[in-house]
Design a protein around this ligand. Structure first.
Ligand code: PMT
Length: 411
């Protein structure tokens, strides 16, 4: 996992605490990446290593990466006699990963015979379980019945991946990707103030083909839209992401549609829009596409110096879907502008919001350092339909996304 994946720069989680229960599995070591990513965000992480986990990794590994405390045996000499209750008093969420078949069985039974099961029993916050085991053990009706019981009681499952297990068997049983664990951990630490909302996000560039090998596009990386999709999902929304080419990875629970051209993006967004509550139109959509030359490569031999290509106008997705708003639907638009300063940017954002009739519009300077295309940060001039305006200093796109969604919810 890259420690620089979406949301790893957010300041929203600083000071929160996650308790991590680690069971015996070859995949144990992968939790060090999740721990490091959370520590970089100033999330406090405590750990319990089961007896099985301690065969694979040592407490020192997790202590050295900033976990505190790291629990082991229940009755270890010098251990706080109430250590089995402590995470339930101070952590806001608990993640058991890798969750072994044995751990799932003990949690389903409500056992309290070891430190991890006792801590889970005394934990009332959100419980996440990321199983990892041999595919035959995962398929076994006993394991599936334990999973069903835990789900019924409110535990969230981060399902194992399919592939080749460490033992060589093929099937479902591999620990989910660490990015998924990281995002689910953040979700468990997030307010669920967008639960029940359906959110559409367009993101990334569009690519308008000209001949068999060339196209017209722009440098959008999809980070700003990805941050919005992820922030809405973290806060409990059901998210549909319509992605241009090259957009970042998103949680598997986000419904993702890949498109290439502005017309494809328009069709995909228009199809789902009537069912949405909020629309965030972050994509850098090509306003024009070159009139197609055809499927073959245009050869420079024999071409005139300074030849012309005709451009055709694409549909405006934000303006069209804003005009089709149903009662209660709200739209957020962006404006990518070159402007000498933030006041000039605000004037452009104000005019664009009115022209496209968006409820909220966020202007970003694409000619400044640390803002706009490809940057992990953005400086914004934000204006809404009620005439309320704010200029935001440079901050992580994840934090910009969080604030924009909060503003949309208030409108
Ligand atoms: O992807 P990143 O690298 O993170 O960069 C983020 C960003 C700079 C792409 C993003 O913050 C941004 O500004 N997105 C909008 C880019 C853009 O196309 O701006 P615009 O001023 O041309 O369009 C205004 C609005 O209309 C945008 O909401 C855009 O999505 C929408 N639009 C534009 C044209 C079109 N045919 N259909 C649209 O929906």
């Amino acid at each position: 996992m890259s420690l620089d994946c979406l949301f790893s720069r957010s300041r929203h989680f600083a000071g929160k605490r996650l308790h991590l229960g680690i069971c015996g599995s070859v995949a144990c070591y992968r939790l060090t990446d999740v721990l490091r990513a959370l520590r970089l965000m100033d999330v406090h992480v405590s750990v319990t290593l089961t007896a099985g986990a301690r065969q694979f990794v040592t407490p020192l590994l997790f202590e050295a990466l900033g976990a505190m405390p790291v629990y082991g045996e229940m009755f270890a000499p010098g251990e706080d006699p109430f250590a089995h209750l402590e995470p339930g008093q101070h952590a806001q969420a608990m993640l058991v990963a890798p969750a072994s078949a044995d751990a799932l069985s003990r949690l389903a039974q409500g056992a309290a015979s070891d430190m991890l099961s006792a801590q889970a029993l005394a934990f009332e916050g959100p419980l996440l379980l990321a199983p990892a085991m041999n595919p035959r053990m995962w398929r076994h009706p006993a394991t599936q019945a334990n999973v069903a019981t835990l789900r019924e009681r409110g535990a969230r499952l981060i399902l194992p991946d399919c592939g080749r297990a460490a033992c060589g068997d093929e099937g479902q049983g591999r620990l989910a990707p660490v990015e998924e664990l990281f995002w689910h951990a953040l979700r468990a630490l997030s307010p669920q103030d967008m639960a029940g909302r359906r959110v559409l996000v367009t993101l990334g560039p569009t690519r308008e083909p000209w001949d068999g090998v060339r196209y017209w596009s722009n440098p959008s990386s999809g980070q700003m839209g990805g941050a919005l999709a992820l922030a809405a999902w973290l806060r409990g929304a059901e998210v549909t992401a319509v992605c241009g080419p090259g957009c970042p990875a998103l949680p598997s629970e986000i419904r993702r549609t890949e498109v290439l051209t502005a017309r494809d993006m328009f069709a995909a967004a228009a199809e789902v829009w009537p069912d949405m509550h909020l629309g965030c139109f972050t994509a850098a959509v090509a306003d024009f596409s070159p009139e197609p030359y055809g499927p073959d490569k245009f050869k420079k031999e024999g071409a005139q110096d300074g030849f012309s290509v005709r451009f055709l106008t694409n549909p405006d997705i934000l303006a069209t879907l804003s005009a089709r708003r149903l009662p209660g639907q709200k739209t957020l638009g962006f404006a990518a502008e070159t402007a000498p300063d933030m006041e000039a940017l605000m004037a452009l954002a104000r005019a664009k919001r009115a022209r496209k009739d968006a409820d909220l519009l966020a202007g970003n300077r694409v000619n400044g350092e640390g803002s706009g295309f490809g940057s992990p940060t953005n400086s914004m001039a934000v204006t809404d339909r009620n005439g309320h305006e704010e200029i935001w200093p440079q901050q992580a796109k994840s934090d910009v996304a969080w604030e924009l969604l909060s503003w949309l919810l208030r409108l």
